[in-house]
Design a binder for this molecule. Sequence first.
Ligand SMILES: *Cc1c(COP(=O)(O)O)cnc(C)c1O
Length: 433
Amino acid sequence: MTDTLCAQYQALGISPEVLSYGRQVLDQLAPRFAKIDETAEYNQLKVIKAMQEARVSEACLLGTTGYGYNDLGRETLEKVYANVFHTQAALVRPQITCGTHALALALMSNLRPGDELLSPVGKPYDTLEEVIGIRPSRGSLKEYGIRYRQVDLQSGSRFDWEGIKNAVNEKTKLVTIQRSKGYQTRESFSVEQIGELIAFLKLLKPDLICMVDNCYGEFTQTIEPTDVGADLCVGSLIKNPGGGLAPIGGYLAGKEACIENAACRLTSPGLGREVGATLNVLPSFYQGLFLAPTVTAGALKGAIFAANLYERLGFLVVPSGSAERYDIIQAVEFGTPEGLIAFCEGIQSAAPVDSFVTPTPWDMPGYDSQVIMAAGAFISGASIELSADGPLKPPYAAYFQGGLTWEHAKFGILKSLQRCLDKKIVSKLPSGL
Ligand SMILES: *Cc1c(COP(=O)(O)O)cnc(C)c1O
Protein backbone atom coordinates (compact mmCIF):
# COMPACT_ATOMS: atom_id res chain seq x y z
CA MET A 1 0.00 0.00 0.00
CA THR A 2 1.43 3.38 -0.98
CA ASP A 3 2.16 6.08 1.59
CA THR A 4 -0.36 8.41 0.00
CA LEU A 5 -3.11 5.79 0.37
CA CYS A 6 -2.15 5.15 4.01
CA ALA A 7 -2.22 8.87 4.65
CA GLN A 8 -5.67 9.13 3.12
CA TYR A 9 -6.97 6.34 5.41
CA GLN A 10 -5.37 8.08 8.37
CA ALA A 11 -7.00 11.35 7.39
CA LEU A 12 -10.31 9.48 7.61
CA GLY A 13 -9.56 8.16 11.08
CA ILE A 14 -8.09 4.70 10.39
CA SER A 15 -4.98 4.04 12.45
CA PRO A 16 -1.91 2.34 10.94
CA GLU A 17 -2.43 -0.73 13.15
CA VAL A 18 -6.03 -1.26 11.96
CA LEU A 19 -4.91 -0.73 8.38
CA SER A 20 -2.08 -3.21 8.76
CA TYR A 21 -4.32 -5.86 10.36
CA GLY A 22 -6.85 -5.35 7.59
CA ARG A 23 -4.15 -5.82 4.99
CA GLN A 24 -2.98 -9.09 6.55
CA VAL A 25 -6.54 -10.42 6.52
CA LEU A 26 -7.00 -9.31 2.92
CA ASP A 27 -3.80 -10.93 1.71
CA GLN A 28 -5.29 -14.32 2.51
CA LEU A 29 -8.52 -13.63 0.66
CA ALA A 30 -7.06 -13.10 -2.81
CA PRO A 31 -8.11 -16.49 -4.25
CA ARG A 32 -11.70 -16.04 -3.04
CA PHE A 33 -11.90 -12.54 -4.42
CA ALA A 34 -10.68 -13.85 -7.77
CA LYS A 35 -13.58 -16.31 -7.83
CA ILE A 36 -16.06 -13.54 -7.03
CA ASP A 37 -14.62 -11.47 -9.88
CA GLU A 38 -15.10 -14.41 -12.23
CA THR A 39 -18.75 -14.75 -11.22
CA ALA A 40 -19.22 -11.01 -11.75
CA GLU A 41 -17.58 -11.24 -15.17
CA TYR A 42 -19.92 -14.06 -16.19
CA ASN A 43 -22.98 -12.21 -14.90
CA GLN A 44 -21.91 -8.96 -16.55
CA LEU A 45 -21.85 -10.77 -19.88
CA LYS A 46 -25.20 -12.40 -19.08
CA VAL A 47 -26.79 -8.98 -18.52
CA ILE A 48 -25.24 -7.48 -21.66
CA LYS A 49 -26.43 -10.44 -23.72
CA ALA A 50 -29.93 -10.07 -22.26
CA MET A 51 -29.98 -6.38 -23.18
CA GLN A 52 -28.68 -6.94 -26.70
CA GLU A 53 -31.13 -9.76 -27.40
CA ALA A 54 -34.00 -7.58 -26.21
CA ARG A 55 -32.74 -4.84 -28.57
CA VAL A 56 -32.49 -2.15 -25.90
CA SER A 57 -32.33 1.20 -27.68
CA GLU A 58 -31.99 4.81 -26.63
CA ALA A 59 -35.74 5.21 -26.96
CA CYS A 60 -36.19 2.59 -24.21
CA LEU A 61 -34.78 5.03 -21.68
CA LEU A 62 -37.68 7.46 -22.11
CA GLY A 63 -40.57 6.92 -19.77
CA THR A 64 -44.31 7.37 -20.09
CA THR A 65 -46.92 9.22 -18.06
CA GLY A 66 -50.62 8.71 -17.41
CA TYR A 67 -51.80 5.19 -18.25
CA GLY A 68 -48.45 4.23 -19.69
CA TYR A 69 -49.85 2.48 -22.77
CA ASN A 70 -47.27 1.17 -25.24
CA ASP A 71 -44.36 1.87 -22.95
CA LEU A 72 -41.47 0.61 -25.07
CA GLY A 73 -38.92 0.98 -22.26
CA ARG A 74 -41.05 -0.93 -19.76
CA GLU A 75 -41.86 -3.74 -22.18
CA THR A 76 -38.25 -4.09 -23.27
CA LEU A 77 -36.98 -4.01 -19.69
CA GLU A 78 -39.35 -6.84 -18.82
CA LYS A 79 -37.90 -8.80 -21.77
CA VAL A 80 -34.41 -8.10 -20.44
CA TYR A 81 -35.31 -9.48 -17.01
CA ALA A 82 -36.94 -12.52 -18.64
CA ASN A 83 -33.70 -13.05 -20.60
CA VAL A 84 -31.50 -12.72 -17.50
CA PHE A 85 -33.63 -15.20 -15.55
CA HIS A 86 -34.29 -17.43 -18.59
CA THR A 87 -38.04 -17.23 -18.09
CA GLN A 88 -41.04 -16.75 -20.35
CA ALA A 89 -41.94 -13.40 -18.84
CA ALA A 90 -41.24 -10.81 -16.15
CA LEU A 91 -42.96 -7.97 -14.36
CA VAL A 92 -40.59 -5.15 -13.36
CA ARG A 93 -42.34 -2.08 -12.05
CA PRO A 94 -41.89 1.03 -9.94
CA GLN A 95 -45.48 0.45 -8.75
CA ILE A 96 -44.17 -2.58 -6.83
CA THR A 97 -43.13 -0.70 -3.70
CA CYS A 98 -40.70 -3.14 -2.07
CA GLY A 99 -39.69 -6.77 -1.74
CA THR A 100 -42.55 -7.65 0.59
CA HIS A 101 -45.00 -6.15 -1.88
CA ALA A 102 -43.51 -8.16 -4.76
CA LEU A 103 -43.79 -11.37 -2.74
CA ALA A 104 -47.33 -10.56 -1.56
CA LEU A 105 -48.28 -9.86 -5.16
CA ALA A 106 -46.90 -13.18 -6.35
CA LEU A 107 -48.76 -15.06 -3.61
CA MET A 108 -52.08 -13.22 -3.71
CA SER A 109 -52.32 -13.41 -7.49
CA ASN A 110 -51.42 -17.05 -7.89
CA LEU A 111 -53.42 -18.50 -5.00
CA ARG A 112 -57.21 -18.77 -4.79
CA PRO A 113 -59.55 -19.41 -1.83
CA GLY A 114 -59.23 -23.02 -0.72
CA ASP A 115 -55.64 -23.36 -1.95
CA GLU A 116 -52.78 -24.16 0.36
CA LEU A 117 -49.39 -22.48 0.53
CA LEU A 118 -46.38 -24.45 1.73
CA SER A 119 -43.02 -23.28 3.05
CA PRO A 120 -40.69 -26.30 3.13
CA VAL A 121 -37.82 -24.19 4.51
CA GLY A 122 -39.21 -23.14 7.87
CA LYS A 123 -40.40 -19.74 8.92
CA PRO A 124 -40.45 -17.15 6.12
CA TYR A 125 -39.07 -13.60 6.32
CA ASP A 126 -40.68 -11.55 9.13
CA THR A 127 -42.78 -9.29 6.94
CA LEU A 128 -44.35 -12.30 5.18
CA GLU A 129 -45.89 -13.46 8.43
CA GLU A 130 -48.52 -10.77 8.09
CA VAL A 131 -48.94 -11.37 4.36
CA ILE A 132 -49.67 -15.02 5.01
CA GLY A 133 -51.59 -14.46 8.24
CA ILE A 134 -49.20 -16.35 10.54
CA ARG A 135 -49.57 -13.18 12.61
CA PRO A 136 -53.19 -11.96 12.34
CA SER A 137 -53.31 -9.10 9.88
CA ARG A 138 -55.81 -7.15 7.82
CA GLY A 139 -55.96 -8.42 4.24
CA SER A 140 -53.80 -11.49 4.82
CA LEU A 141 -54.04 -14.64 2.68
CA LYS A 142 -55.70 -16.27 5.66
CA GLU A 143 -58.59 -13.78 5.51
CA TYR A 144 -59.18 -14.96 1.93
CA GLY A 145 -59.34 -18.60 2.95
CA ILE A 146 -55.86 -19.56 1.83
CA ARG A 147 -54.23 -21.95 4.28
CA TYR A 148 -50.58 -22.20 5.14
CA ARG A 149 -48.35 -25.08 6.08
CA GLN A 150 -44.72 -25.01 7.10
CA VAL A 151 -42.13 -27.74 7.33
CA ASP A 152 -39.20 -26.73 9.49
CA LEU A 153 -35.62 -27.40 8.53
CA GLN A 154 -33.80 -30.19 10.30
CA SER A 155 -30.85 -29.35 12.52
CA GLY A 156 -30.98 -25.80 11.28
CA SER A 157 -30.38 -26.11 7.57
CA ARG A 158 -31.37 -29.48 6.08
CA PHE A 159 -34.60 -30.19 4.23
CA ASP A 160 -36.99 -32.55 6.03
CA TRP A 161 -37.77 -34.69 2.99
CA GLU A 162 -40.24 -36.94 4.84
CA GLY A 163 -42.02 -33.98 6.41
CA ILE A 164 -42.27 -32.24 3.04
CA LYS A 165 -43.69 -35.37 1.41
CA ASN A 166 -46.34 -35.56 4.12
CA ALA A 167 -47.21 -31.87 3.83
CA VAL A 168 -47.95 -31.82 0.09
CA ASN A 169 -51.62 -32.64 -0.52
CA GLU A 170 -54.32 -32.12 -3.15
CA LYS A 171 -54.83 -28.52 -1.98
CA THR A 172 -51.16 -27.51 -2.12
CA LYS A 173 -50.89 -25.02 -4.95
CA LEU A 174 -47.77 -22.96 -4.34
CA VAL A 175 -44.49 -23.53 -2.55
CA THR A 176 -42.42 -20.61 -1.28
CA ILE A 177 -38.68 -21.09 -0.88
CA GLN A 178 -36.55 -18.36 0.68
CA ARG A 179 -33.02 -18.39 -0.76
CA SER A 180 -31.36 -16.09 1.75
CA LYS A 181 -31.46 -16.76 5.47
CA GLY A 182 -32.49 -13.15 5.95
CA TYR A 183 -32.10 -12.43 9.65
CA GLN A 184 -32.36 -16.02 10.81
CA THR A 185 -29.57 -18.27 11.99
CA ARG A 186 -29.91 -21.01 9.36
CA GLU A 187 -27.64 -21.12 6.33
CA SER A 188 -28.65 -19.61 3.02
CA PHE A 189 -29.36 -22.05 0.21
CA SER A 190 -27.33 -22.39 -2.93
CA VAL A 191 -29.24 -22.41 -6.20
CA GLU A 192 -28.18 -26.05 -6.57
CA GLN A 193 -29.81 -26.97 -3.24
CA ILE A 194 -32.98 -25.14 -4.29
CA GLY A 195 -32.91 -27.12 -7.53
CA GLU A 196 -32.85 -30.41 -5.61
CA LEU A 197 -35.78 -29.31 -3.48
CA ILE A 198 -37.81 -28.24 -6.52
CA ALA A 199 -37.09 -31.52 -8.34
CA PHE A 200 -38.34 -33.42 -5.28
CA LEU A 201 -41.48 -31.27 -5.02
CA LYS A 202 -42.29 -31.65 -8.72
CA LEU A 203 -42.00 -35.42 -8.43
CA LEU A 204 -44.57 -35.32 -5.66
CA LYS A 205 -46.87 -32.98 -7.57
CA PRO A 206 -45.86 -31.83 -11.07
CA ASP A 207 -48.23 -28.84 -11.25
CA LEU A 208 -47.01 -27.16 -8.04
CA ILE A 209 -45.96 -23.56 -8.52
CA CYS A 210 -42.47 -23.26 -7.03
CA MET A 211 -41.70 -19.67 -6.07
CA VAL A 212 -38.35 -18.45 -4.76
CA ASP A 213 -37.91 -15.38 -2.58
CA ASN A 214 -34.70 -14.31 -4.30
CA CYS A 215 -33.99 -11.23 -2.13
CA TYR A 216 -30.25 -10.66 -1.54
CA GLY A 217 -29.35 -13.67 -3.70
CA GLU A 218 -29.30 -12.23 -7.23
CA PHE A 219 -25.96 -12.45 -9.05
CA THR A 220 -24.13 -14.10 -6.13
CA GLN A 221 -23.88 -17.19 -8.35
CA THR A 222 -23.84 -17.69 -12.12
CA ILE A 223 -27.28 -19.32 -12.11
CA GLU A 224 -30.58 -18.20 -10.63
CA PRO A 225 -33.38 -20.35 -9.18
CA THR A 226 -35.32 -20.13 -12.46
CA ASP A 227 -32.41 -22.02 -14.08
CA VAL A 228 -33.14 -25.02 -11.84
CA GLY A 229 -36.89 -25.31 -12.17
CA ALA A 230 -38.38 -22.41 -10.18
CA ASP A 231 -41.61 -21.19 -11.77
CA LEU A 232 -41.27 -17.77 -10.24
CA CYS A 233 -38.42 -15.68 -8.82
CA VAL A 234 -39.21 -12.56 -6.81
CA GLY A 235 -37.12 -9.72 -5.45
CA SER A 236 -36.60 -6.06 -4.62
CA LEU A 237 -34.92 -3.46 -6.82
CA ILE A 238 -33.40 -1.64 -3.85
CA LYS A 239 -31.35 -4.75 -3.22
CA ASN A 240 -29.00 -6.53 -5.66
CA PRO A 241 -30.70 -6.24 -9.08
CA GLY A 242 -31.23 -2.48 -8.85
CA GLY A 243 -27.47 -2.04 -8.64
CA GLY A 244 -27.90 0.82 -6.17
CA LEU A 245 -29.44 3.07 -8.80
CA ALA A 246 -33.08 1.96 -8.89
CA PRO A 247 -34.89 4.30 -6.48
CA ILE A 248 -37.88 1.95 -5.97
CA GLY A 249 -39.36 -1.19 -7.42
CA GLY A 250 -39.68 -4.93 -7.42
CA TYR A 251 -39.56 -7.72 -9.97
CA LEU A 252 -41.12 -11.08 -10.69
CA ALA A 253 -39.66 -13.37 -13.36
CA GLY A 254 -41.24 -16.65 -14.32
CA LYS A 255 -43.87 -18.59 -16.22
CA GLU A 256 -46.14 -16.56 -18.46
CA ALA A 257 -49.30 -17.54 -16.55
CA CYS A 258 -47.80 -16.67 -13.15
CA ILE A 259 -46.65 -13.27 -14.41
CA GLU A 260 -49.99 -12.50 -16.05
CA ASN A 261 -51.78 -13.37 -12.81
CA ALA A 262 -49.50 -10.98 -10.94
CA ALA A 263 -50.00 -8.17 -13.48
CA CYS A 264 -53.78 -8.49 -13.24
CA ARG A 265 -53.52 -8.19 -9.49
CA LEU A 266 -51.04 -5.30 -9.53
CA THR A 267 -53.10 -3.19 -11.93
CA SER A 268 -56.52 -4.65 -12.58
CA PRO A 269 -58.21 -7.59 -14.29
CA GLY A 270 -58.45 -6.73 -17.96
CA LEU A 271 -55.60 -4.24 -17.81
CA GLY A 272 -52.76 -6.49 -16.71
CA ARG A 273 -49.36 -5.55 -18.08
CA GLU A 274 -50.71 -2.93 -20.53
CA VAL A 275 -50.74 -0.04 -18.05
CA GLY A 276 -48.29 1.36 -15.52
CA ALA A 277 -46.42 4.52 -16.44
CA THR A 278 -42.68 4.43 -15.84
CA LEU A 279 -42.29 8.21 -15.33
CA ASN A 280 -38.54 8.86 -15.05
CA VAL A 281 -37.24 5.63 -13.55
CA LEU A 282 -36.22 3.64 -16.64
CA PRO A 283 -32.62 4.87 -16.98
CA SER A 284 -31.92 3.85 -13.36
CA PHE A 285 -33.61 0.46 -13.83
CA TYR A 286 -31.55 -0.34 -16.93
CA GLN A 287 -28.28 1.09 -15.69
CA GLY A 288 -28.76 -0.41 -12.23
CA LEU A 289 -29.26 -3.88 -13.69
CA PHE A 290 -26.20 -3.33 -15.85
CA LEU A 291 -24.12 -2.52 -12.74
CA ALA A 292 -25.75 -5.14 -10.49
CA PRO A 293 -23.24 -7.99 -11.10
CA THR A 294 -20.22 -5.88 -10.05
CA VAL A 295 -22.07 -4.10 -7.24
CA THR A 296 -23.10 -7.49 -5.85
CA ALA A 297 -19.49 -8.67 -6.14
CA GLY A 298 -18.32 -5.67 -4.08
CA ALA A 299 -20.89 -6.43 -1.41
CA LEU A 300 -19.83 -10.09 -1.32
CA LYS A 301 -16.20 -9.11 -0.85
CA GLY A 302 -17.20 -6.80 1.99
CA ALA A 303 -19.13 -9.59 3.71
CA ILE A 304 -16.20 -12.00 3.44
CA PHE A 305 -13.71 -9.37 4.61
CA ALA A 306 -15.85 -8.53 7.66
CA ALA A 307 -16.30 -12.21 8.50
CA ASN A 308 -12.57 -12.89 8.42
CA LEU A 309 -11.59 -9.68 10.18
CA TYR A 310 -13.90 -10.30 13.14
CA GLU A 311 -13.59 -14.08 13.23
CA ARG A 312 -9.85 -13.76 13.86
CA LEU A 313 -10.63 -11.49 16.80
CA GLY A 314 -12.70 -14.24 18.40
CA PHE A 315 -16.22 -13.11 17.48
CA LEU A 316 -18.76 -15.61 16.19
CA VAL A 317 -19.56 -14.71 12.59
CA VAL A 318 -22.33 -16.20 10.43
CA PRO A 319 -21.53 -17.34 7.77
CA SER A 320 -18.00 -18.25 8.87
CA GLY A 321 -15.02 -16.62 7.23
CA SER A 322 -14.44 -19.61 4.96
CA ALA A 323 -18.06 -20.46 4.06
CA GLU A 324 -19.37 -20.27 0.48
CA ARG A 325 -21.70 -17.31 -0.10
CA TYR A 326 -25.20 -17.43 -1.52
CA ASP A 327 -26.31 -13.97 -0.38
CA ILE A 328 -24.72 -10.70 0.75
CA ILE A 329 -25.67 -10.72 4.46
CA GLN A 330 -23.06 -11.08 7.19
CA ALA A 331 -23.78 -11.41 10.90
CA VAL A 332 -21.22 -10.63 13.60
CA GLU A 333 -22.14 -11.51 17.20
CA PHE A 334 -20.78 -9.06 19.72
CA GLY A 335 -22.30 -10.49 22.90
CA THR A 336 -22.78 -7.02 24.40
CA PRO A 337 -24.94 -4.02 23.50
CA GLU A 338 -21.84 -1.81 23.55
CA GLY A 339 -20.17 -3.94 20.87
CA LEU A 340 -23.19 -3.88 18.57
CA ILE A 341 -23.58 -0.12 19.02
CA ALA A 342 -19.88 0.58 18.37
CA PHE A 343 -19.98 -1.51 15.18
CA CYS A 344 -23.01 0.38 13.86
CA GLU A 345 -21.46 3.74 14.78
CA GLY A 346 -18.38 2.80 12.78
CA ILE A 347 -20.42 1.83 9.71
CA GLN A 348 -22.41 5.06 9.93
CA SER A 349 -19.29 7.19 10.18
CA ALA A 350 -18.05 5.72 6.89
CA ALA A 351 -21.16 6.74 4.92
CA PRO A 352 -21.17 9.25 2.06
CA VAL A 353 -24.53 10.59 3.33
CA ASP A 354 -25.31 11.35 7.00
CA SER A 355 -21.84 10.36 8.19
CA PHE A 356 -22.11 12.90 11.01
CA VAL A 357 -25.18 11.39 12.69
CA THR A 358 -24.96 8.91 15.55
CA PRO A 359 -27.22 5.88 15.25
CA THR A 360 -29.12 5.17 18.45
CA PRO A 361 -31.29 2.22 19.47
CA TRP A 362 -35.04 2.83 19.16
CA ASP A 363 -38.35 1.03 19.64
CA MET A 364 -39.16 -0.04 16.11
CA PRO A 365 -42.77 -1.10 15.44
CA GLY A 366 -43.11 -4.86 15.21
CA TYR A 367 -40.00 -5.70 17.21
CA ASP A 368 -39.88 -6.97 20.79
CA SER A 369 -36.62 -5.20 21.60
CA GLN A 370 -34.92 -1.98 20.60
CA VAL A 371 -33.18 -1.96 17.24
CA ILE A 372 -30.13 0.00 16.10
CA MET A 373 -29.58 0.81 12.43
CA ALA A 374 -26.71 2.36 10.55
CA ALA A 375 -27.32 3.58 7.04
CA GLY A 376 -26.13 6.54 5.09
CA ALA A 377 -27.68 5.70 1.77
CA PHE A 378 -28.46 7.60 -1.42
CA ILE A 379 -31.69 5.61 -1.69
CA SER A 380 -33.59 5.51 1.58
CA GLY A 381 -33.51 2.05 3.11
CA ALA A 382 -31.49 0.52 0.27
CA SER A 383 -29.71 -2.45 1.77
CA ILE A 384 -27.48 -2.96 -1.29
CA GLU A 385 -25.78 0.15 0.07
CA LEU A 386 -23.48 -0.24 3.06
CA SER A 387 -25.73 -0.72 6.08
CA ALA A 388 -25.92 -2.54 9.38
CA ASP A 389 -28.57 -3.19 11.97
CA GLY A 390 -29.36 -5.44 14.87
CA PRO A 391 -31.79 -5.96 17.74
CA LEU A 392 -30.56 -4.94 21.21
CA LYS A 393 -30.89 -8.40 22.68
CA PRO A 394 -28.58 -11.42 23.04
CA PRO A 395 -26.50 -12.43 21.17
CA TYR A 396 -26.22 -8.75 20.14
CA ALA A 397 -25.59 -9.61 16.51
CA ALA A 398 -24.95 -6.94 13.91
CA TYR A 399 -26.35 -7.79 10.48
CA PHE A 400 -24.23 -6.14 7.93
CA GLN A 401 -24.70 -5.93 4.17
CA GLY A 402 -24.00 -4.05 1.00
CA GLY A 403 -21.56 -1.51 -0.23
CA LEU A 404 -21.96 -0.10 -3.73
CA THR A 405 -18.22 -0.51 -4.19
CA TRP A 406 -15.77 -2.87 -2.56
CA GLU A 407 -13.63 0.12 -1.61
CA HIS A 408 -16.47 1.63 0.40
CA ALA A 409 -17.33 -1.68 2.06
CA LYS A 410 -13.69 -2.10 3.07
CA PHE A 411 -13.52 1.42 4.48
CA GLY A 412 -16.75 0.92 6.45
CA ILE A 413 -15.53 -2.32 7.97
CA LEU A 414 -12.19 -0.77 8.94
CA LYS A 415 -14.10 2.15 10.50
CA SER A 416 -16.21 -0.28 12.51
CA LEU A 417 -13.10 -2.02 13.81
CA GLN A 418 -11.46 1.30 14.63
CA ARG A 419 -14.55 2.25 16.61
CA CYS A 420 -14.49 -1.08 18.46
CA LEU A 421 -10.84 -0.49 19.36
CA ASP A 422 -11.44 3.09 20.48
CA LYS A 423 -14.36 1.96 22.65
CA LYS A 424 -12.29 -0.95 24.07
CA ILE A 425 -14.70 -3.55 22.65
CA VAL A 426 -11.59 -5.01 21.05
CA SER A 427 -8.51 -4.64 23.24
CA LYS A 428 -5.73 -5.73 20.93
CA LEU A 429 -5.20 -6.69 17.31
CA PRO A 430 -3.30 -9.85 16.47
CA SER A 431 0.05 -9.19 14.87
CA GLY A 432 1.29 -11.55 12.20
CA LEU A 433 -1.39 -13.96 10.97
C1 LIG B 1 -35.53 -7.80 2.22
C2 LIG B 1 -36.22 -9.11 2.15
C3 LIG B 1 -37.60 -9.22 2.00
C4 LIG B 1 -38.53 -8.02 2.02
O1 LIG B 1 -38.12 -6.97 1.29
P1 LIG B 1 -38.53 -5.47 1.69
O2 LIG B 1 -38.08 -4.73 0.49
O3 LIG B 1 -37.78 -5.12 2.92
O4 LIG B 1 -39.99 -5.42 1.87
C5 LIG B 1 -38.13 -10.48 1.88
N1 LIG B 1 -37.37 -11.57 1.94
C6 LIG B 1 -36.04 -11.52 2.12
C7 LIG B 1 -35.24 -12.78 2.19
C8 LIG B 1 -35.42 -10.29 2.22
O5 LIG B 1 -34.10 -10.23 2.39
